[in-house]
Design a protein around this ligand. Structure first.
Ligand code: NDP
Ligand code: GDR
Length: 383
């Protein structure tokens, strides 16, 4: 039985990766931070009462800022594979906590690599580092001739998060070269899912779309609507992580769809899923997204006659999207689009989802969530 250790197991990717590895027969260990309230909602379905039976899924308290804790866990479980997914992963928040992000996202990676080395596990333990398209910074002149970012494109990070992650990237590569360790970077472009944190833009949009359609929210405030992102589904992307660690030789890979979409178009796509067509007017902070028309049959089928009867006339011509500059970043990554050729050819990686299928799945899930659980807290989401 192969043994894997996942840092960041309570996050979006950690939860999908744990499911994947369990389905492949792994013993899965995860590191979770102690918090004052439960933070395991994404993985609760994987938990089996450890007093009752043999388990293949185990959580350990820990933190990427604590070397002693990492060394002890790695010594105890002797993992074949470590997936270092733990991070403060919000780009905007990294401007507020730059030192902390450097410690967790940058030095945290070093602590994992050093723990493996100190324990003499260099030849046993393979390491996956969660690197990111934020390393590229979206500079036009750094794209390849075909207009994409690939494994050869230069880096130019544009946030404390990107700068911390560039340390993680290079220290992983350095340990591979210096100590002949099987340590790889997956340079993953944005990937989303119904489990995406509520303050990342896609999830913020799909939750608000559901709430507005159901008459439970008035307005969605967003930042830069012009940014373009290459969005895939987290389920497809964790499959790539696993494949990266199963090769003969350790290498770095770009994981992306090769298609980019603006925030504005993702908003349009999301509202179209509930039968609402938006038109955008104005510019910069004065831009608004207004309800242009409603496909009544589709909308009724989704929200039900009772809600539709109350909301249809109120929604007509309503400005439901507004810009709040507080969501702008001090330095923005304007455009990301990745070239997945290497991962498709060498890893045989083939994503199932495109951005439309991703958006449809997120909306379906959020309609259900907002119908059953929503009690006004969405208004307080900032990020
Ligand atoms: P999430 O924000 O959903 O999850 C982050 C995880 O890291 C959570 O489990 C969190 O724990 C944990 N964590 C945070 N701080 C620490 C710490 N100090 N010590 C230990 N664990 C910590 O991120 P994703 O699942 O979306 O992303 C996974 C990784 O991939 C991250 O490293 C991210 O930067 C990177 N990445 C993500 C991309 C994406 O589009 N999703 C694209 C490219 C890279 P808690 O639940 O307690 O907060
Ligand atoms: P990103 O994701 O910064 O690309 O990092 P996010 O969804 O936060 O932003 C994407 C783009 O949308 C613009 N935007 C907004 N973003 C947020 N969060 N909230 C808003 O209201 C809003 N309005 C517009 C942003 O300015 C940005 O251009 C994600 C994270 O998962 C990182 O950890 C990961 O490394 C990268 O993706 C790849």
């Amino acid at each position: 039985m192969k043994v894997a250790l996942i840092t960041g197991i309570t996050g979006q990717d950690g939860s999908y990766l744990a499911e994947l590895l369990l389905s492949k027969g792994y013993m899965v260990h995860g590191i979770k931070r102690r918090s004052s309230s439960f933070n395991t909602q994404r993985i609760d379905h994987l938990y089996i009462d450890q007093h009752e039976q043999h388990v293949n899924f185990k959580l350990h308290y820990g933190d990427l800022t604590d070397s002693t804790n990492l060394i002890r866990i790695i010594q105890e479980i002797q993992p074949d594979e470590i997936y270092n997914l733990g991070a403060m992963s919000h780009v905007k928040v990294s401007f507020d906590s730059p030192e902390y992000v450097g410690n967790v996202d940058g030095l945290g990676t070093l602590r994992i690599l050093e723990a493996v080395r100190i324990l003499g596990l260099e030849k046993k333990t393979r390491i996956y580092q969660a690197s990111t398209s934020e390393l590229y910074g979206g500079l036009e002149e750094n794209k390849n001739a075909a207009g994409f970012y690939d494994e050869q494109s230069p880096f130019y990070p544009r946030s404390p998060y990107g700068v911390a992650k560039i340390y993680g990237f290079w220290i992983t590569k350095n340990y591979r070269e210096a100590y002949d360790m099987y340590a790889c970077n997956g340079i993953l472009f944005n990937h989303e899912s119904p489990r995406r944190g509520e303050t990342f833009v896609t999830r913020k949009i799909t939750m608000a779309t559901a709430a507005i359609a159901l008459g439970k929210q008035e307005t969605l405030y967003l930042g830069n609507l012009n940014a373009l992102r290459d969005w895939g589904h987290a389920k497809d992307y964790v499959e790539a992580m696993w494949r990266i660690l199963q090769q003969d030789k350790a290498e770095d890979y770009v994981i992306a769809t090769g298609v980019t979409t603006s925030i504005r178009d993702f908003v349009r796509m999301s509202f179209a899923e509930v039968g609402i067509t938006l038109r955008f007017e104005g510019e910069a902070e004065n831009e608004v997204g207004i309800v242009e028309s409603i496909d009544e049959a589709k909308y009724r089928a989704i929200v039900g006659d009772e809600v539709a009867n109350q909301c249809i006339s109120k929604l007509a011509n309503k400005p439901v999207i507004k810009v709040d500059p507080k969501y702008y970043r001090p330095t923005e990554v304007d455009l990301l689009i990745g070239d997945p050729t290497k991962s498709k050819t060498q890893l045989g990686w083939n994503p199932e989802y495109d951005v439309e299928a991703l958006c449809a799945e997120m909306i379906k899930s959020d309609l259900q969530l907002v119908k059953t659980n929503y009690n006004g807290q969405l208004e307080h989401i900032v990020g």
